[in-house]
Write a protein of this length. Structure first.
Length: 458
């Protein structure tokens, strides 16, 4: 086992196409999906800002998180992977990060880029951040605008795109900010900057978004309060706390569990267990929606691990019906729409997914790429404003035969694989390499439960 973090590789250089054929047998068995991506990024960042030592167990060792590890090391944190697969971090303390001596390359990861910007803005250092072609297209204005109010100065490409030069400040101002978009990344960037600001940083969110930053900040010893405010929340952070190194246990990622979950619902006769999945109520919109669609999903052994609710999901195949998914559910399932759209293609009746504007600025324009995934495989799908409407063909829908462009988007690639397992004709996925960003070993894990995906290049 290596005692230093593996070097992140850029998977874009070598496309990995795959032909996925209908599963010939039911999916069966018990699996555990990798650690939560959101929690893994935060664990490395908060540990790097803490005083003393942190041990992280269950860290997602996907490319996105390895980018965060590399960036935190460039800022002076000591990060070492242990022989028992845990990660040991020795933090530098708030306000004590070092100036990186090279460009910080955040690869494909929007979360790494946005959250880290909060840290860089609130230290007296100059840094330059870039990312891969997908990340360089994604909007950074949403963090530049609030962080500019703290006193940091940004120079970006047109439209607020990476590469970005950040001149951070030694004495950032504590700000009060109402989020114009429901985004946990923006909220977290502001809270991270607020850690080094004297006084109280306040973030108002119009709709609650994942609260892993708030939970983990408290775990490391910060004072954070959260109040309901109409349909949203107000989060207050007292600045300049001393964060203390802690043990962190990362639960399995519900956004990764989504793929075997939907595959097991669609492949006839399947019955699987997905163990120890994170069930933070701000992340469980997909499970609620699938259950409304008639899915046979039962949560067993609900418990709290590492401060987050977890449970084992028992998933049995069965028919689904179309539903109307309200826009205010989007933050709790924002990454799950592509695979939900695949489930909807095999449901009986129409599914309307409302309020998907934020999907346009993910790793790909996921509204367009999900529509292309379905339409290219014979599914009737339309977009009306920010809503996607999928006309389900039922469990025996004649779907497939298409070539899917994954557009540097890991979740689109995994959704295409799930579609292929239930389709009547083979599905060609143009590049599965980006799956490594969030779900290393995805195809092998699916094959362990019987997916029978031939791993040879098409
Ligand atoms: C994330 C928040 C979401 C989500 C992303 C992870 C996070 O993005 O899509 O995969 O860890 O905070 P937004 O906050 O931009 O919606």
């Amino acid at each position: 086992m290596p005692d230093t973090p593996p070097t992140p590789l850029h998977p874009a250089s070598l496309a990995r196409p795959l032909v996925v054929r209908r599963a010939t047998a039911a999916l069966r068995g018990s699996i555990r999906v990798p650690g939560d991506k959101s929690i893994s990024h935060r664990a490395l960042m908060f540990a790097g800002l803490a005083v003393g030592d942190t041990r992280i167990t269950g860290l997602l060792e996907g490319e996105d998180v390895l980018r965060t590890a590399a960036a935190m090391r460039a800022l002076g944190a000591e990060i070492v992977r242990q022989a028992d697969d845990s990660w040991h971090v020795t933090g530098r303390g708030i306000g004590r990060l070092l100036e990186p001596d090279d460009v910080l390359d955040m690869g494909n990861s929007g979360t790494a880029a946005r959250l880290l910007t909060g840290l860089l803005a609130s230290h007296p250092i100059v840094s330059v951040m870039t990312g891969d072609a997908s990340l360089r297209r994604r909007p950074m204005r949403r963090v530049i605008d609030p962080l500019g109010l703290t006193g940091a100065v940004f120079t970006s490409r047109a439209g607020g795109r990476l590469p970005l030069c950040i001149a951070g400040c030694a004495e950032p101002r504590a700000i009060s900010y109402r989020l114009p978009v429901a985004s946990a990344q923006v909220k977290s960037a502001i809270l991270l900057a607020g850690l080094n600001a004297a006084g109280e940083t306040v973030v108002e969110e119009p709709v609650p978004t994942r609260d892993h930053s708030e939970n983990m900040l408290r775990h490391f010893g910060a004072e954070v309060s959260v109040e309901a405010d109409g349909s949203g929340r107000v989060i207050r952070l007292r600045g300049r706390p001393t964060l203390q190194g802690r043990d962190v246990l990362v639960p399995s990622d519900p956004s990764s569990a989504a793929f075997p979950m939907v595959a097991a619902l669609l492949v006839s006769g399947s019955s699987i267990v997905i163990e120890a999945v994170g069930l933070n109520p701000l992340r469980t919109g997909l499970i609620a929606t699938l259950i409304e669609m008639g899915a046979d999903i039962v949560v067993r052994n609900r418990r709290v691990e590492g401060g987050e609710p977890v449970g084992d999901l028992v998933v049995n195949a069965g028919p689904l019906r179309g539903v109307d998914v309200p826009a205010d559910r989007a933050p709790s399932m924002i990454d799950e729409y592509p695979v939900l759209a695949v489930a909807a293609a095999f449901a009986t009746g129409t599914t309307r997914l409302r309020g998907l504007d934020e999907l346009r600025v993910k790793e790909s324009d996921r509204l367009a790429s999900t529509v292309a995934l379905l339409a290219g495989n014979g599914v009737q799908v339309t977009v009306e404003g920010d809503d996607m409407i999928v006309i389900g063909g039922g469990p025996d829908a004649r779907i497939g035969g298409g070539r899917v462009e994954t557009r540097m988007d890991h979740r689109l690639a995994m959704s295409a694989v799930v579609l292929g397992l239930a389709a009547s004709e083979p599905v060609l996925v143009d590049d599965t390499g980006f799956i490594e960003t969030s779900f290393p070993g995805f195809v092998a894990l699916m094959n362990r439960i019987g997916a029978g995906i031939a791993e040879q290049v098409a």
